[in-house]
Design a protein around this ligand. Structure first.
Ligand SMILES: O=C(O)CCC(=O)C(=O)O
Ligand SMILES: [Fe+2]
Length: 164
């Protein structure tokens, strides 16, 4: 038994269903990021928690390494309402997200230098009543080159564009 986590996990790939590329397109439109599997992101991770199911405080970034394959952002989609419990909580910033079918949360795991931002440690509180289903989309740092760094006049790029 894994103590820090009690949930079932499966992976969904872009080619597994015609719906996946549509979902990816929506994530890209909302987040302004490249969320394509391999190129800019991981495949989808589907998670199911039953009563008592939880995930203790953790960080989605892999270690504290600057890697183009580290998870710059998390797009978490809630597939179900949960009758009681099951919130996603961010203890350092004091935010809790109540699962609601169709709701999504987006946060950045890395800072502008590519190191992990400890403030976004989070947990999934135990499900008290009902059943919780979510999908994770982890977006890679390196996949955003043409979305942010090389896009003219994007303030997130941190590059001052010469005024003509
Ligand atoms: O289920 C949640 O609310 C959060 C899931 C999570 O943090 C993860 O799978 O990394
Ligand atoms: Fe997480």
């Amino acid at each position: 038994m894994i103590l820090n986590r009690d949930s079932l996990v499966a992976w969904l790939w872009e080619h597994n269903s015609v719906h996946m590329p549509i979902l990816t397109g929506r994530i890209e439109a909302l987040a302004g990021l490249n969320a394509k599997q391999n190129e800019g992101a991981e495949s989808y991770q589907v998670v199911n928690y039953g009563v008592g199911g939880h995930y203790t405080v953790h960080h989605d970034a892999i270690g504290n390494i600057r890697s183009t394959f580290n998870r710059v952002a998390t797009f978490l989609i809630y597939l179900t309402d949960v009758a009681q419990g099951g919130l996603t909580v961010f203890p350092w910033i004091g935010v809790g997200v109540q699962p609601r079918r169709g709701r999504a949360a987006l946060w950045y795991n890395l800072d502008r230098s590519g190191y992990r931002d400890d403030r976004v440690e989070h947990a999934s509180c135990p499900v008290l009543l009902g059943d919780k289903w979510v999908i994770n989309k982890w977006v890679y740092y390196g996949g955003q080159m043409n979305k942010v760094v090389c896009k003219a006049n994007d303030p997130r790029a941190g590059i001052v564009q010469p005024v003509a």
